[in-house]
Design a protein. Sequence first.
Length: 320
Amino acid sequence: MMKHASALALFAGLAAFVAVAPSMAEQLDVVKVAIPQRGSWETSPADLGREKGIFAKHGIMTETLYTAGGGETMQALISGSIDVAAATGTAAVLATFAKGAPVRPIASSITGAQNPFWYVPMDSPLRSLKEAAGKTIAFSATGSSSHLATLALVRQSGADLRAIAAGTSEATYTQVMSGQIDIGWAAAPFGIAQIEQKRIRIIAKYNDIPEYRDMTARMHVANLEFLTKRPDVAKRFLAAYDETLDWMFGGDEPLEVFGKLYALPVSETRITRDQLYSRHALDLRRLGLDYAIVEALSLKFIARPFTPDETGELLKYFIK
């Protein structure tokens, strides 16, 4: 699967490259970006901004690699094989920083997420997590935001469920519908069609966790060497990313570009953008870190709170 994802990423990068005039392409600084969950509205700016030409306007060419999120993404970042890991679970970011790894968060990806949800097949007798004792419930990857949210939902329900790393929304759906997992997870637009076709039924949402409504669930993280050796490139990357987000929440053009790029109906993408996301939630500068640290401590992602000096170092390169 990773070889396939890498091939897709390489193809996307090459396609974008040849679309730029040779004289211009030679002047662009390449930023390698790892993206979890291909085809999610939240994780798409590096692709959409490249297609629209916004990154090129800022002198940047994004090359994207798709991952399953969590530890897989962080390993690629730590090794230096990528420059930026987009939309990485905050718990994984905190844990990796606490271990002294050369990574730093540079912006928020989403604060107060509305999008992730948990579901069962339409013929399942389950109506809530409280009824699901002894069942299995999915998340994407260890250390991801869906992992933290799944554990919080299980804790909140009071039921004894077994949480399982199931991979992407697509991979999880296959396992749920084949009976391998009882309760699946998804990030829209995946799942919208299945809900409308009455194949699945939602039984829990991310926002069912009150404390998570103002918490930064995912962050954009960069390799420290990239930040120290190419600070101007990092600054222009964030400026282009921010401009792309502004464009994504205006009019039909971004919906059409998204649909063509990921082979998804515009109608489903419109529902996803207008009902499950907001520009405010994806504000790069909006940071709800306090409860994220509390959760990381309670779930043993980190062993102790950060000192003021450590917090300062953590956020040293965060977008101003």
